[in-house]
Design a protein around this ligand. Structure first.
Ligand SMILES: *[C@@H]1O[C@H](CO)[C@@H](O)[C@H](O)[C@H]1NC(C)=O
Ligand SMILES: *[C@@H]1O[C@H](CO)[C@@H](O)[C@H](O)[C@H]1NC(C)=O
Ligand SMILES: *[C@@H]1O[C@H](CO)[C@@H](O)[C@H](O)[C@H]1NC(C)=O
Ligand SMILES: *[C@@H]1O[C@H](CO)[C@@H](O)[C@H](O)[C@H]1NC(C)=O
Ligand SMILES: *[C@@H]1O[C@H](CO)[C@@H](O)[C@H](O)[C@H]1NC(C)=O
Ligand SMILES: *[C@@H]1O[C@H](CO)[C@@H](O)[C@H](O)[C@H]1NC(C)=O
Length: 779
């Protein structure tokens, strides 16, 4: 029997498709070609190999950016990427698709971006040596060009027409549309201006070429031209030229050149030796404007740098730095806002004795003052600020004193300022070292997952980028009474009204998928159970459990609000196009084991999950495993008689004791965990029904794992997962643990605590026995 299963399996599981597409070497990409985001992927190269199109790993993380970059120099210089630089996980794919152009999709197949192609019959794509990716149709028209959709950079031979623009990115590692824009206006004027990130509103023009339509329209700008020699100018209607840099500055044969609107707002033309011998890097040829710290001011915004931040000039490049007593809101965004380590408040007990000052020189924030006192002395200036609970900063210059409030804007540092700035601080905070740039990243209120328990179990996720929600709704069938009031739920959880959740989810509009609890549970919920269980669930806190954030108990509507997990379910990840790395899989396994051990052993009330499976494991931003749906199984199990229809759980993961008259214990979860562990090792589903033959053949992963293990043929079980096979000792150990967990006899299965010790190598794993000594076969 077992041998038969093995043979069937090896035909079912074909090798995973080969990742990198071979290119022709002439830069031409055939229609249908695709690239997958991997650590060592081969990009599509231009004929000379100067430029590459493909996935670039960003910041050593499991996140990739579809982009065009210089392939022959070590610096990471992305010259093009889709608007707002969407980061995609490993296993994402870009394909040159007939009728649609370039299509970027994530490992679950969700479309992230597409170039569009005018529904044309495509002939080929082409990575040109100019750095332009073009798509050509069957009658040789250029249907799409990356040069027509520039992001923050323009390259030699690229032209900017009227009403076209480039935008800076937010920071070195965040490619979303940033704070600055260079645009050739419809009237022919070339301008640089600031952009408010959340609203997209544009303001504070800080450079104007002046080449606009006026009485003599022939003088106005028509195009910004960056010619192949690296000469950049505005071509006027009249055919005359408005120079942005000088002609023939550098021999283009020897140098790469690019012009980029950097995330600090400076538009800069750079050059780089094509064949560097030794230590070279991008160097500045010229830049606009000359002094950005002084060019952006006024009350419209925060200035060249973010709020509370201070701008100083370092050879034409703006340098933003938080002053002492402040640290970056987002450590990866040095040009962004700085948050104060402490904010003065006017609480009742304001006691000036508790405060002092950090003294800084030549720093000023010219816009944030609310009182000016003159003439006065430096000592009095400080005293005024101490006495005033609103005052956060006092500026003293030339017998004048300005009191300022937070947040501060237009911060500048310049020796010519000749001012003293006194930043109010708590005594004792004085001589701390300046705040580290790597302080924990500020997290704004995280998004939510809402669950409504429902008769017709709905799972809805709303993804407007901020809020995602799952809903299960339970209609109370039996009684018209109200549920116990919130008071009976002894938690500190926020309570939402139904209307709030309707609004938060936009009327439960977008559906994400199906929930774990079927119609089986309809009407079973007792009144107090919900409250009690909310209470029990609320008290579970563990890094490997999805956190309950709040609930709603409003008339007939009962909802649980959970934190949002950006990377979706383990099922999507595990059974997607690309096999996740062995390292990641083994980390996730240990995380799940820890979460389960916590539910079994460390909660105030023991929780049996009853439905451990990949669909119920969610992954956060950093691919930490988080168990979801816990507590609900228990909640819904109340009053269930132990008949065969009372089986909780999902086919393939269900422990045998559900079918027998043995008691249900935490060991049912250990069994399901064992199945999940074997799935994670092999990236295969627990049960596969092969319908290709005349009759269905059921293939059971646990049986097959035992056979492969016994025969010492784990490479078959893992299907040449070289990364895992390289880690053979640990791999074998994991398989053994899996086989112990799926023992038919519950008492043979280890506890989750023991499982963790085995997985972490703290205790030895004995040779497993055959997991199913009494089992009858399925077919
Ligand atoms: C590139 O080479 C392939 C064959 O190797 C050929 O079919 C295609 O026409 C070439 N494309 C260009 C643009 O030269
Ligand atoms: C590549 O760029 C060169 C120089 O601009 C141009 O002559 C050529 O037509 C481009 N090739 C394609 C396929 O667009
Ligand atoms: C796109 O399609 C429209 C109408 O179908 C046509 O007028 C236009 O020329 C096409 N553009 C390109 C670049 O082929
Ligand atoms: C980039 O910055 C934007 C705006 O601050 C933020 O919404 C987004 O999450 C950031 N993206 C990444 C990958 O950090
Ligand atoms: C407009 O400007 C062009 C180029 O500067 C000049 O030759 C022409 O005489 C001007 N026309 C008028 C009406 O000023
Ligand atoms: C390369 O040059 C940079 C500055 O231009 C310098 O900081 C760095 O130490 C140099 N590296 C080597 C290996 O010479």
């Amino acid at each position: 029997m077992a041998r038969v299963l093995y043979l069937i399996l090896s035909t079912i599981f074909l090798p995973f498709s080969i990742v990198a597409q071979q290119i022709n070497g002439n830069g031409s990409i055939p229609v249908g070609a695709s690239l997958i985001a991997t650590y060592n992927g081969t990009p599509w190269l231009s004929p000379s190999g100067d430029f590459a199109f493909g996935f670039k790993q960003i910041q050593q993380k499991d996140s990739f950016l579809l982009s065009i970059w210089y392939d022959k120099i070590p610096e990471n210089t992305e010259v093009w990427y889709p608007k707002d630089g969407p980061m995609v996980p490993r296993g994402s794919k870009v394909e040159l698709t007939n009728g649609r152009g370039l299509v970027l999709s994530d490992p679950q197949g969700k479309e992230i971006w597409t170039s569009g192609s005018n529904n044309s019959e495509l002939a080929y794509g082409f990575m040109n040596d100019t750095g332009n990716f073009v798509i050509v149709d069957s009658i040789s028209r250029k249907i799409w060009e990356s040069f027509r959709f520039p992001t923050d950079t323009i390259l030699p031979t690229q032209v900017m027409e009227r009403a076209e623009e480039i935008n800076s990115k937010i920071s070195e590692t965040n490619f979303s549309t940033g704070r600055f824009q260079l645009r050739l206006l419809k009237d022919g004027n070339l301008i640089l201006r600031k952009r408010d990130i959340p609203s997209g509103i544009l303001y504070n023009v800080y450079y104007r070429s002046g080449t606009r339509d006026d009485s003599n329209a022939t003088n106005s700008g028509l195009q910004v031209i960056f010619d192949e020699t690296g000469y950049m100018y505005i071509l006027r209607r009249s055919g005359q030229i408005f120079e942005l840099n000088q002609k023939d500055a550098l021999p283009s044969k020897l140098y790469y050149q690019r012009a980029t609107l950097d995330s600090d707002g400076v538009f800069t033309q750079y050059f780089h030796l094509k064949n560097p011998t030794g230590n070279t890097s991008w160097e500045v040829l010229w830049s606009l404007p000359k002094n950005i710290c002084n060019r952006i001011d006024g009350t419209d915004g925060s200035g060249a740098c973010g709020l509370n931040n201070v701008c100083s000039l370092d050879v034409n490049l703006a340098n933003c730095e938080c002053p002492q007593g402040f640290s970056l809101l987002d450590p990866n965004d040095p040009n962004g806002d700085c948050k104060p380590d402490f904010t003065p408040t006017c609480d009742e007990g304001y006691d000036r004795e508790r405060f002092g000052f950090i003294e800084l020189t030549n720093i000023d924030w010219p816009e944030s003052d609310y009182v000016r006192v003159q003439p006065t002395t430096e000592e009095n200036c400080k005293t005024f600020c101490l006495q005033d609970c609103f005052c956060a900063v006092a500026i003293y210059r030339d017998k004048q004193c300005w009191k300022k409030k937070l947040p501060l804007s237009n911060g500048k540092k310049d020796p010519s300022l000749v001012v003293k700035a006194f930043l109010k601080s708590r005594k004792g905070d004085f001589y701390q070292p300046p705040p580290s740039v790597f302080s924990p990243k500020h997290k704004s209120q995280r998004s939510l997952i809402v669950m409504i328990l429902s008769a017709c179990v709905l799972v809805i996720f709303l993804s407007n980028g901020v809020i995602c929600m799952v809903f299960f709704r339970i209609y109370k069938r039996t009684t018209k009474n109200h549920y116990p009031s919130n008071k009976s739920v002894d938690t500190n959880l926020p309570c939402f009204t139904y209307q709030e959740l309707v609004e938060a989810t936009n009327g439960f509009k977008d559906e994400l998928g199906k929930g774990a609890f079927g119609i089986v549970y309809k009407g079973v919920i007792g009144e107090t159970t919900v409250a009690t269980e909310v209470n029990a669930i609320a008290k579970t806190h563990h890094k490997n459990l999805v956190q309950l954030l709040g609930f709603c108990d409003d008339g007939d509507q009962r909802l649980l609000v959970y934190e949002y997990m950006s990377n979706g379910t383990l099922a999507g990840f595990l059974f997607g196009d690309m096999r996740p790395s062995w390292k990641l899989r083994s980390d996730v396994i240990v995380g799940i084991a820890k979460g389960l051990a916590y539910l079994h052993e460390e909660c105030s009330t023991q929780v049996i999950h009853c439905d451990i499976k990949p669909q119920n494991i969610l992954l956060d931003d950093c691919y930490n495993a988080k168990i979801s749906d816990f507590g609900l199984a228990k909640l819904l199990m109340m009053d269930q008689s132990r008949t065969s229809t009372g089986i909780r759980g999902t086919k393939g993961y269900v422990a045998p004791e559900w079918f027998r008259s043995t008691p249900i214990t935490v060991k049912v979860d250990v069994y399901s965990f064992g199945v999940l562990l074997l799935e994670m090792i092999s990236c295969r589903k627990s049960v596969v029904i092969n319908e290709s033959d005349s009759k269905d053949v059921v293939v059971v992963l646990t049986d097959w794992a035992w056979d492969c293990y016994q025969e010492g043929r784990l490479e078959v079980f893992l299907e040449n997962d070289l990364e895992a096979l390289d880690d053979y000792k640990r791999l074998t150990m994991f398989v053994k643990v899996g086989l112990w967990c799926v023992q038919e006899n519950p008492s043979m299965r280890p506890t989750m605590r023991k499982v963790i010790q085995m997985l972490e190598g703290v205790v030895e794993v004995n040779e497993p026995q055959c997991p199913f000594p009494f089992s009858v076969t399925y077919n």
